[in-house]
Design a binder for this molecule. Structure first.
Ligand SMILES: Nc1nc2c(c(=O)[nH]1)N[C@H]1C(S)=C(S)[C@@H](COP(=O)(O)O)O[C@H]1N2
Ligand SMILES: [Mo]
Length: 317
């Protein structure tokens, strides 16, 4: 280890990078063999909560399609933006530990022919989880590679049959001040809400995630169910969803309401449009020392650029 490395705040993930390469079962086996087993075990997915897998576990050498390695389970579950719990990323995991994720219902309605309330377990039966390894790029200019388990949002939307007037999809997070202490803060217009244009919501990349590393999605990452829109800044990927509503008007979003010059509705990752307070040309991949270039649409342009044909993306940021 160099001194430079030591000067960076140490996260437990950097002490135990090995778990990245191991599936949970192999990992638990290895942990009992390794010296410092107790330390390692503290970073493993909680066995007690993992009553059943929600999908495939990434293989030992999992990467995204660009060849970037997945971040460790520990990175992904200990460095979180989730203002309902805390504005301190390291505080979210401990504060959300006892968050009640069952029973959990997602109400899908608005401009649809077949409105319906779904239990999360029903969603998983109807739409089996698949693995999607995606880059997540936060507007704060850090990023991770995350092996999600989930299903395409389009499958759920097709099931409720949007009417011809439906043009947008609005999402809402649970409101529960008892469990989410951050919702006591009057500075934020709770509940957290987000929105997508219907064609963005129907794109094959857009998923509802219910798992991580083949385990049920933990509370700090938005369990039991959250949106993942990998070509947009992370704040679009709303956590702990209880309501999905099809609308004809563009929905308000929490961040737009707070600061419209800083957080647009589209929020497509775009290295050539700076945030008013910082550049977006590069990013810090969690677990790496040097910064890397940020890609247009976070590297997903081939799949999504057509959605914005003819739009000035500097204006529609
Ligand atoms: N309800 C809710 N969803 C949220 C947030 C939040 O504060 N509340 N933060 C967003 C931001 S800014 C980011 S970068 C991602 C982070 O997801 P992660 O903690 O799973 O990496 O969640 C997004 N979804
Ligand atoms: Mo973010």
């Amino acid at each position: 280890m160099t001194n430079l490395y030591k000067s960076i705040p140490v996260r437990s993930s950097e002490i135990t990078p090995k778990q990245v390469y191991l599936s949970r079962r192999d990992f638990m086996k290895a942990a009992t063999l390794a010296t410092g087993a107790a330390l390692l075990t503290a970073c493993a997915p909680s066995v007690a909560n993992a009553s059943e897998n929600t999908g495939p576990v990434p293989t030992s050498d999992a990467t995204d399609e660009l060849g970037d390695k997945v971040n460790s389970y520990s990175d992904i579950t200990n460095y979180n933006n989730y203002y309902e719990f805390s504005t301190n990323k390291e505080a979210v995991a401990p504060l959300s530990k006892n968050f009640k994720m069952a029973p959990w219902t997602v109400e899908v309605g608005g401009l649809v022919n077949k409105p319906k309330s779904y239990g999360v377990e029903d969603l998983l039966k109807l739409f089996p989880a698949e693995e999607r390894i995606y880059r997540l790029r936060c507007v704060e200019a850090w990023s991770m590679v995350i092996p999600w388990n989930g299903f395409m949002l389009s499958k759920l939307l097709k099931a409720v049959e949007p009417t011809s007037d439906a043009k947008y999809v609005r999402f809402e997070t649970l409101m529960d001040k008892e469990q989410m202490q951050g919702q006591g803060s009057p500075f934020y217009p709770w509940p957290y809400q987000e929105g997508l244009r219907l064609d963005e919501a129907m794109n094959d990349l857009t998923i509802l995630a219910t798992g991580l590393y083949g385990e049920p999605l933990p509370p700090q990452d938005g369990g039991p169910i959250r949106l993942v829109v990998p070509w947009k800044y992370g704040f679009k990927s709303i956590k702990a969803i209880v309501k999905i509503e099809l609308t004809s008007e563009r929905p308000n979003t929490m961040w737009q309401t707070i600061s419209p010059n800083e957080y647009g509705f589209y929020a497509n990752v775009n290295p050539s449009v700076d945030h008013p307070r910082w550049s977006q040309t590069t990013e810090r991949r969690i677990g790496e020392l040097s910064r890397r270039a940020t890609h247009m649409f976070n590297g997903y342009g081939e799949q999504v650029a057509h959605l914005y044909d003819g739009m000035d993306l500097a204006k529609h940021y």
